[in-house]
Design a protein around this ligand. Structure first.
Ligand SMILES: *Cc1c(COP(=O)(O)O)cnc(C)c1O
Length: 434
């Protein structure tokens, strides 16, 4: 629970967090190593984490929070799972990086490809950003085409070509989504609305899509959308790439493809497969993957790629989870989501809690959300920020942005769900009274 003496009316970080933030701001832009950690979209200032175990984290002021960030989904088992800790410790004792191949890379690649039919090979990299960036380069190299189609409200890491701003409604060509991205870098990036089939032509190298969009809250694919993309890609000879940095090994063991019944040509995995260490992968069929260097002409490399600590952590996670665990996680999320819906209804707060398998999110709106325009409209009233702070006051840490999902881990059991719902009932009443 949040520290004593804090007003229930709103949340503020404790004195140590506040002091660290002030120090951090002197030497790190905004005091954070990744922008969303600054809490800008929910108001206020972040807690600094001291340690975490299972479903809980403890900040530097000694406050304990039930954590639904879970490193943005990278933690599937919960924090500091003993198997993962032991695997990383053992690997560290044998050396932390070599710049030469290791057995663990082979074993992790075998685990991933065995779980993903059609994905014959993977290349291990250090971040989701790298995985998608390389997948796009591979698609362009293999097809000899330049154009990439993405969906507004999707997130594919921060490489230049994929930081294009999505216009509403119609396809937008080449508007940089960040300062420092030259128009030329996004000139071949087409941004279209999610859940609407785009017109493709023979200039398109690949369509990159999150099979369930989980970076604008949670927008499941409507029936026919992914099937339609598959058919559209096939009709013009474009490649379909599933960005599964969130969905991969979180919805189920392997790819969302097995759940949605649509097979892509390329996959990107990250977060869960790295077991909480920097690791991601891109994968596909053998012929396509062999277009990568050293066999083919598409270059990719990394000093720390396939890092021994990261592969050890990833293998430890994959060894811990079976189909029953994913079922249990799905049940936990379903109970959480229906409980939240009740809390909001009881408080008279207009809200919806979309669920897709083991993922859920909260929108404080009633209009169905099927794309980024809908997600933005749902976030516009600022209720999420108020609810977020009221939950923190009550010891529950949701994602500090209305555009993120609530990441539940396997360490979240019935007791954690009960604690969450008790906090949510009170927080919802507080927010509804404003
Ligand atoms: C997190 C994320 C990325 C980027 O991964 P990083 O490891 O942060 O570079 C790419 N795609 C999706 C769908 C993500 O959620």
């Amino acid at each position: 629970m949040a520290g004593s003496g804090q007003p229930v009316s709103d949340w503020r970080p404790g004195p140590r967090s506040a002091r660290l933030l002030a120090q951090a701001r002197e030497v790190i832009p905004g005091g954070v190593s990744s922008p969303v950690r600054a809490f800008a979209s929910v108001g206020g200032e972040p807690y600094f984490v001291e340690r975490a175990l299972g479903a809980y984290l403890t900040d530097v002021d000694g406050n304990r929070y039930l954590d639904y960030v879970q490193s943005w989904g990278a933690s599937l088992l919960g924090h500091a799972h003993p198997s993962v800790v032991a695997a990383v410790q053992q690997a560290a004792g044998r050396g932390t990086t070599f710049g030469a191949p290791t057995e663990a890379e082979v074993r992790l690649a075998e685990e991933i490809t065995a779980a993903v039919p059609g994905c014959d090979m993977v290349r291990l990299v250090s971040s989701g950003t790298e995985a998608v960036m390389t997948a796009v380069r591979l698609a362009r190299g293999a097809t000899g085409r330049d154009r990439v189609v993405i969906f507004s409200g999707g997130y594919h890491g921060h490489s230049d070509a994929l930081l294009a701003a999505g216009g509403s409604g119609v396809a937008t060509l080449g508007l940089p989504g960040s300062a420092g991205v030259p128009p030329g870098a996004v000139a071949d990036t087409v941004v279209v609305p999610y859940n609407t089939l785009p017109e493709l032509d023979e200039r398109v190298a690949c369509v990159v899509v999150e099979p369930a969009a989980a970076n604008m809250g949670l927008v499941p694919p409507e029936p026919g959308f992914l099937e339609g993309l598959r058919a559209a890609c096939d009709s013009v000879g474009a490649l379909l790439c599933f960005d599964e940095v969130i969905t991969g090994f979180r919805l189920r063991r392997g790819s969302a493809a097995g759940l949605v019944g649509v097979q892509p040509d390329l996959w990107c995995f990250g977060k869960v497969v790295g077991g909480g260490l920097p690791l991601a992968a891109l994968g596909g069929g053998r012929a396509l993957m062999e277009v990568l260097a050293p066999l083919g002409p598409v270059y990719q490399a990394g000093t720390l790629s396939g890092n021994p600590l990261a592969t050890a952590a990833g293998l430890a996670v994959l060894a811990e989870v079976d189909d029953g665990d994913y079922e249990r996680l799905g049940d936990t999320v379903a109970t959480l989501a229906s409980g939240l819906v009740e809390c909001f209804a009881e408080a008279g707060l207009v809200a919806q809690v979309p669920v897709f398998g083991t993922l859920c999110a909260i929108y404080f709106s009633s209009a169905p959300v099927r794309d980024y325009d809908g997600a933005k409209a749902a976030a516009a009233n600022g209720r999420y920020a108020a609810f977020f702070r009221q939950m923190l006051v009550r010891g529950v840490a949701l994602a500090p942005s209305p555009y993120e999902v609530a990441f539940t881990s396997l360490a979240h059991g019935p007791e954690e769900v009960a604690v969450t719902l008790e906090a949510a009932a009170a927080a919802a009443k507080e927010v509804a009274q404003r």
